[in-house]
Design a protein around this ligand. Structure first.
Ligand code: BJW
Ligand code: ZN
Length: 245
């Protein structure tokens, strides 16, 4: 596979490697992606009914229940060989930045540090009204269809919301800035398991391409590439990434 040899060469010479991940990196752990046919979360749920502040205001128990179901699922799964390979890659390069769109904690549980979570986390809930952080006290409840009234804020009685970034909301400023600067200054970027459907995160590989970095997409779907230094490695992240080590 000539591509693989080129990419290994780029890895051996890189000064600043950026790894940018989406839901696909956690798929082999058993976490559903969003947009994959049949298995994606949005095959069965309408994103507009769940992943917006308006949806939460309209039916907080429905939305909170859905996120509690996903939090519970995460407590049962483990990082996969893709998460572990990323930890190993970080050790082998002079400078490393890990940017994820994922709201799970599988990169951290695999051993990655300083992970830039562009879309927040399922584990940092806060008050919808005043923003006060909330500590989970109880284990999440179960059934996927189960509506659960959210807990209430101790300071203002507002409902507690998941600490994720919904459509129409801004990305966390510090993470956004660091991630975009890394995309501009890196010489190699691996974009792993993302459909590239959601902006502004989807600009990250585009920025790296524009700045003449080598960009490698790892995805079971073939990702169209435009430039000589842009590659598509077709396959599951947990199988492809260990080949780069
Ligand atoms: C594998 C694999 C294996 C499978 N190995 N790979 C109109 C109104 C308002 C906003 C907009 C608008 N038009 C556009 C916008 C902007 C909007 C947007 O991008 N919309 C598009 C969808 C059209 N963006 C926003 O609103 C963002 N904010 C923003 O722009 O702020 C400025 C603003 C303010 C006010 C008004 C307007 C603008 C915020 C976006 C937040 C996204 N949040 C979500 C939900 C988080 C909470 C939750 O988890 O529920 O984040 S959406 C969802 O998609 C989630 C993901 O992080 C994100 C990206 O998905 P990802 O990771 O790419 O997953 P999939 O499923 O799409 O793809 C998986 C891939 O893996 C596939 O390619 C598979 O092939 C692959 N795969 N197995 C490797 N084993
Ligand atoms: Zn509050």
């Amino acid at each position: 596979m000539r591509n693989l040899e080129d990419i290994k060469q780029a890895l051996a010479n890189t000064q600043h490697l950026v790894v940018f991940t989406g839901a696909g990196v956690s798929a082999e752990s058993g976490v559903p992606t969003f947009r994959d046919a049949l298995t994606g979360l949005w095959e069965n749920f309408d994103p507009e009914a769940l992943a917006t502040p308006e949806a939460f205001e309209q039916d907080p128990a429905f939305v909170w229940g859905w996120y509690e179901w996903r939090r519970k699922l995460l407590l049962k799964v483990q990082p996969n060989p893709a998460h572990l390979a990323i930890v190993e890659l970080a050790k082998r390069v002079p400078k490393f930045t890990l940017i994820t769109q994922n709201v799970d904690d599988l990169h951290e549980r695999a051993g990655s540090t300083d992970v830039l979570h562009l879309h927040g986390s399922l584990f940092t809930p806060r008050c919808f009204d005043c923003g006060n952080a909330y500590q989970f006290t109880a284990a999440p409840q179960h059934s996927v269809e189960q509506a659960i009234t959210p807990p209430q804020c101790v300071s203002c009685s507002g409902y507690i919301r998941p600490g994720v970034v919904w459509f129409g909301e801004s990305l966390p400023e510090a993470e956004f800035k660091t991630a975009f600067e890394a995309a501009q200054s890196c010489d190699l970027l691996l974009s792993i398991g993302t459909s590239g459907a959601v902006y502004p995160a989807a600009q990250i590989p585009e920025i790296a391409v524009r700045n003449n970095a080598t960009v490698v997409h790892v995805n079971p779907q073939k990702i169209p590439t435009t430039l000589k230094k842009e590659y598509s490695l077709q396959g599951a992240a947990g199988e492809i990434l260990p080949l780069l080590l």
